[in-house]
Ligand binder design. Structure first.
Ligand code: GTP
Ligand code: MG
Ligand code: NA
Length: 342
């Protein structure tokens, strides 16, 4: 069967990096939200998920020369950078097809940058690096509607010099980790050399360049992995009590379809939980799943998406475990064993 555009599912992109490098703020800039300011202590403590429809990405990159966009959208998973959340970084990176590693251009590679790099290498995940906080360069002038390369050209000589110096240091630090890295507009081989894309989550400089590069990387390196498969692949992220809904689970649907009424099985603290999906909810596009909002109800959802599932008996569901659908021809006992396997 020939692959058509419709068979490509939305890739899952994970955003990783040291604490306070600007991961959430970058997503806020694209979403036009203020999730970061609502976080306790300005620290992310959960995995988040936001769906970016391709139309929104096209709009934001309209002034750049981009190729054709084939994927229907991007599901971006936000992760915490604080050292105590290694398990969540690991979970986030295990779910993604592609990643953005965020580095503070003023700080270079930091401990959780290296930890994240280790996760990406281990899983051979293609990634780009956002060299964030370029607005901190002394004398930086910001401008919208131009490519980062053109914007850099317009900076004062001292600003250009500081940029080049910090860029060289970062390239050297990546070389010490065994990775070739180049600033994106000087990198003509994304397969052999990691692209560093300078950004500012505050001014928005370079953010469209980052999005365009992300789509390019996805489509060039992984179209084979992005074929739409009907096999269900679904992971529980959080178990949450929501007023009016009861206990719900937030899941990442990586592949396949979920339908209202589906009989599902998940790992529970006291053994397998088997229940029926009462409601399937998602946040609006461009809204973070971990923030309470006006959810959209669906009869059916297709990967990749962050989905909130309402069903009975979910109180003891275990975050991080896989979710299975029990079809009419499946052996329920077999699946009960399967969910408890890890
Ligand atoms: P954790 O999720 O807790 O690891 O942090 P994070 O990487 O998501 O960083 P966050 O978005 O919380 O930003 C940390 C701080 O840096 C906040 O005070 C932001 O306002 C600030 N910040 C983020 N991006 C930029 C940027 O591009 N420029 C400047 N000047 N400040 C930034
Ligand atoms: Mg954050
Ligand atoms: Na933070």
């Amino acid at each position: 069967k020939k692959t058509t555009d419709k068979d490509l599912r939305s890739p899952i992109c994970c955003i990783l990096g040291h604490v306070d490098t600007g991961k959430t703020k970058l997503l806020d800039k694209i979403r036009q939200t203020n999730v970061q300011e609502g976080e306790a202590g300005g620290i992310t403590q959960q995995i988040g998920a936001t769906y970016f429809p391709i139309e929104a990405i096209k709009e934001k990159t309209a002034h750049l020369e981009t190729g054709e966009f084939l994927v229907p959208g991007l599901l971006i998973i936000d992760t915490p950078g604080h050292e105590s959340f290694t398990n969540l970084r690991s979970r986030g990176s295990s779910l993604c097809n592609i990643a953005i590693l965020v580095v503070d251009i003023m700080h270079g590679l930091e401990p959780q940058t290296l930890e994240s790099l280790g996760l990406l290498k281990q899983r051979k995940t293609p990634f780009i690096v956002a060299l964030n906080k370029v607005d901190r360069l002394y004398g930086w002038k910001s401008m919208t509607g131009v490519s980062f390369e053109d914007l850099l050209e317009k900076q004062a000589p001292s600003v250009k010099a500081e940029f080049e110096e910090r860029l060289s240091k970062t390239m050297l630090a990546f070389a010490e980790q065994g990775l070739n890295a180049k600033v994106s507009f000087r990198n003509d081989d994304m397969r052999r050399c990691v692209s560093l894309v300078p950004t500012s989550a505050i001014t928005g400089d370079g953010v469209p360049d980052m999005l365009s590069l992300l789509i390019k990387l996805t489509q060039s390196m992984m179209s084979d992995n992005l074929r739409y498969l009907s096999t269900l692949q679904c992971t529980v992220l959080e178990v949450k009590m929501i007023e009016g809904l009861g206990t719900t689970i937030d899941v990442i649907l990586s592949n396949g379809v979920l339908r209202e009424g589906d009989r599902i099985a998940v790992c529970g603290l006291n053994g397998p939980i088997v229940t029926n999906i009462r409601a399937l909810l998602t946040p609006q596009p461009l809204r973070e799943m971990r923030v309470k909002s006006n959810y959209v109800h669906h009869k059916q959802v297709k990967a990749a998406l962050g989905v909130k599932i309402c069903a009975q008996d979910l109180d003891k569901a275990v975050a991080g475990s896989p979710l299975f659908v029990i079809g009419p021809n499946d052996d329920e006992d077999e699946i009960r064993e399967l969910v408890m396997a890890d």
